[in-house]
Design a protein around this ligand. Structure first.
Ligand code: HEM
Length: 456
């Protein structure tokens, strides 16, 4: 008789059984696009629908996804809607750059993300998490783990990016970046309707001032570092900023691009990891039978191997839980493209102006691709099982030439953070822990993640 507990099925919108009206669609897109998708989206290899701003192709079939993101990637540009939201903030940062600028920047930045540099960040990741964990030593009542994880990953980012040498008051920097993405990083309904640019976007008005202020801090921070590099060339921190400035020059990055990429790394690299960490702690709390072997693994490895560089390889169960949480709650829930020239894939016609949506949220819960897709089952990612997952059915970091450049940084950071936190504390849900996944720029838990943290 099978006595194992029923798997935990964390909260998610029930797929719609009828398509929404146009007005409903706009409302849902504004409130929470994850609630838009109907039963066929989770069952079919692809679907073509007439969206409010033109045809949408929902791409679920791993072959089609590979075609769009890899084999014929040359024929696809970043979707206009996403560019309208992110480009005013990130300009020619890698996430929003296109064409020759993107090509040159990606090449110039490859040496920044080599394993040697990523391994070099393991120690600051460990130290920042240990310092962060102190706050839980004498905590009474509940804490919002979702919010706390953004503080932790922001702190790690500030340390690895510019060794916390920020111009002005470092305390205000974190708050400013949060405000910037909250105000500017929202899809405005006018953008979805493809309204002309001269119509003011109410959602963005407040953000402009924050953005000017924020750009000024970044520019001063870069100037401060350049001055230090000139003054004491043998004594400069080995962080992202130094590496990016060293990538300056012919065929490298311009000073402006260095600044754009600093903002991009903060924008693309801290909330994403924070969301995934929060959802992992939540799922493990609701599935303590999955958490117990992970705690054992962490206790055993941290005792035997103090070097955090080795932990990612030595902790397959911890890593699997994180990967499974990213399957259920992909931090980047949608990867959008537009064809440059209309084309055909098998029997599917992809017309000019269509938006092709490769949605990790949908693909990761597709009925034909996964067994029991809504269940939290980290064993899917255990060694031996992981290899059976098609490369194009699991896309938390995307795929192809524009695959996340920070993926190994994020995986290393996540395992180190989980190892430190779970070796010292137990995170449990309480009656008020009722997160609802909402798609903003990332997949956020609406209502936060109030949890009780106790010493193990
Ligand atoms: C769990 C954490 C993360 C997730 C889930 C994630 C996810 C993604 C995804 C899906 C893309 C591809 C977008 C597309 O194809 O349109 C991407 C691109 C990117 N990510 Fe990440 N990311 C994470 C962490 C990071 C970190 C830590 C950094 C920086 C240190 C980073 C920097 C970038 C950049 C610069 C790009 C643009 C790459 C290009 O277009 O060439 N990300 N990320």
């Amino acid at each position: 008789m099978d006595t194992s507990p029923a798997p935990f099925r964390p909260p998610a919108p029930v797929p719609r059984t009828r398509p929404p009206s146009m007005l409903e669609m706009i409302r849902i897109i504004y409130r929470n696009p994850l609630e838009l998708w109907g039963e066929p989206s989770y069952n079919q290899p692809w679907i073509v629908v007439n969206g409010v701003g033109g045809p949408l192709v929902i791409a679920n079939d791993p072959g089609l996804i590979r075609h769009v993101l890899v084999d014929n990637a040359k024929n696809y540009k970043l979707a206009t809607v996403r560019q309208k939201v992110l480009r005013p903030i990130l300009r020619d940062g890698l996430l929003t750059a296109e064409g020759q600028v993107w090509k040159r920047s990606r090449k110039a930045m490859a040496p920044v993300f080599t394993p040697r540099h990523i391994f070099g960040f393991a120690k600051p990741m460990l130290e920042r998490t240990q310092a962060f964990a102190e706050r839980y030593e004498n905590v009474a009542g509940t804490v919002d783990v979702a919010h706390d994880m953004t503080l932790l990953t922001f702190d790690i980012m500030a340390e690895t990016l510019f060794s916390n040498e920020i111009a002005g008051s470092p305390g205000s920097f974190g708050g400013e970046i949060e405000r910037l993405f909250e105000t500017m990083g929202r899809v405005d309904p006018l953008d979805i309707l493809r309204a002309p640019d001269w119509l003011p976007r109410i959602t963005h008005i407040r953000g402009r001032r924050t953005m000017r202020f924020f750009r000024m801090i970044v520019s001063d921070t870069v100037a401060m570092r350049i001055e230090r590099m000139e003054r004491t060339p043998d004594d400069v921190p080995e962080d992202f900023l130094t590496l990016l400035l060293n990538a300056e020059g012919e065929d490298g990055l311009t000073r402006q691009e260095v600044e754009d990429n600093i903002i991009t790394f903060i924008g693309a690299g801290h909330e994403t990891t924070a969301r995934a960490l929060g959802w992992t702690l939540y799922c493990l709390a609701e599935a303590p039978w999955e958490r117990a072997p992970i705690e054992d693994e962490i206790d055993r490895v941290t005792k035997a191997e103090p070097d955090p560089v080795k932990w990612l390889d030595l902790m397959p169960l911890t890593r699997a839980a994180f990967e499974e949480a990213m399957r259920l709650y992909p931090p980047a829930p949608s990867i959008n493209r537009e064809p440059i020239v209309p084309e055909t894939y098998e029997t599917l016609k992809i017309p000019r102006g269509a938006q092709v949506l490769v949605m990790p949220w949908v693909v990761h819960r597709h009925r034909k691709l996964w067994d029991d897709p809504n269940a939290f089952l980290p064993s899917r990612f255990h060694p031996g099982n992981r290899e059976k997952i098609n490369r194009f059915q699991y896309l938390p970091f995307g795929a192809g030439p524009r695959i996340c450049i920070g993926a190994s940084f994020a995986m290393q950071e996540a395992v180190i953070a989980l190892a430190v936190l779970l070796s010292r504390f137990r995170f449990d849900t309480v009656a008020e822990t009722k997160p609802w996944p909402v798609q903003k720029l990332t997949t956020q838990p609406q209502g936060g993640l109030p949890m009780r943290v106790t010493r193990r």
